[in-house]
Design a protein around this ligand. Structure first.
Ligand code: C5P
Length: 227
C-alpha cells in the first residue's frame, strides 16, 4: 500500500486532533499536532516574561527563537506523541486557557512560523503522516494526497472545549472559552502570514451535527479511498 500524507486543517476545537490521532493509530502512521508546537513557543514566551501589559514583545521572542528546541516523544503507556520544550515535557502546561489566550498572537509572527514550518516539513518527509493545524494543506504540505478541512459552529466547539477543560479540573467559564474560540478564529483567519483557509482540493467536514465517531468514520473512509 502506498504511503500518503494526510493534512487536517480547521478552526479551533473542531476535534481535529482527536480525529488525527485516531486516524494515525488505525493506519499505523505518525501523528503530529502542529498546534502543540505554537502552544509550546507561547508557553516559552509566557514563562520568560515576554509580555508587557499583555502585549507580546515580538523582537524579544524572535531573538530567543534559536534557544527554543521542540521535540515529540512517544508516551510509552498511551503510544501517543507528547511535546517537549528544551527537554521538559510540557504537554499539560500548553493546554491551559492562559496559553490559548496568547497563542494566536505568537502564531502570527512570521519568524516563528518559518522556524516551525521547516521542522514540520522535515517530520513529514517520509510521508505516512497525519498532521493537523491551520496551514498543513496550504503551506506545509500543499501536495498532500488527502486534505481535510474541519468546521463546526462556534457554539458547539466552545462546548466541547469547555467540557475538555473542566473535566481535567481547570476553572473556566463557558463564556470565556467561547470568547477565546471566536477570538482565535478571527486572528487565525485574518493574519497576513498563512491565514487559516480551506486548501485547494480539501474536503470540508462539518461536525456540528456529527458525533466524534461519525466524524472519524467519515475521515477514515476518505483515507482508505485515497490509499
Ligand atoms: O490546534 P490548536 O488549537 O491547539 O492551535 C493553537 C493555535 O496555534 C491556533 O489557534 C493557531 O493560532 C496556531 N496554529 C497555527 N498554525 C498551525 C497550528 C496552530 O497558527 N499549523
Amino acid at each position: 500500500m502506498r504511503k500518503i500524507t494526510i493534512a487536517i486543517d480547521g478552526y479551533s476545537s473542531t476535534g481535529k486532533s482527536t480525529i488525527a490521532k485516531k486516524l494515525a493509530k488505525s493506519l499505523g502512521y505518525v501523528y503530529v499536532d502542529t498546534g502543540a508546537m505554537y502552544r509550546a513557543v507561547s508557553y516559552y514566551a509566557l514563562i520568560n516574561d515576554m509580555f508587557r501589559n499583555q502585549e507580546l514583545q515580538k523582537d524579544q521572542l524572535i531573538q530567543a527563537l534559536d534557544k527554543i528546541r521542540l521535540e515529540f516523544k512517544l508516551n510509552s503507556n498511551t503510544g501517543l506523541p507528547e511535546i517537549y520544550l528544551n527537554g521538559d515535557l510540557v504537554e499539560k502546561q500548553i493546554r491551559t486557557l492562559e496559553v490559548s489566550h496568547v497563542v494566536s498572537e505568537v502564531a502570527a509572527v512570521s519568524e516563528v512560523r518559518h522556524k516551525l514550518v521547516e521542522q514540520q516539513q522535515a517530520m513529514g518527509k517520509n510521508k505516512a503522516i497525519v498532521m493537523d493545524g491551520r496551514d498543513v494543506g496550504t503551506v506545509i504540505f500543499p501536495d498532500a494526497e488527502l486534505k481535510l478541512f474541519m468546521t463546526a459552529s462556534a457554539d458547539v466547539r466552545a462546548h466541547r472545549r469547555y467540557l475538555e477543560l473542566t473535566e481535567r479540573g481547570d476553572q473556566v467559564t463557558y463564556q470565556a472559552v467561547l470568547e477565546n474560540v471566536q477570538k482565535r478564529d478571527l486572528i487565525d483567519t485574518t493574519r497576513s502570514d498563512s491565514p487559516l483557509m480551506k486548501a485547494d482540493g480539501a474536503i470540508e467536514i462539518d461536525s456540528t451535527n456529527l458525533s466524534l465517531e461519525e466524524t472519524f468514520q467519515r475521515c477514515l473512509k476518505l483515507s482508505n479511498e485515497t490509499l
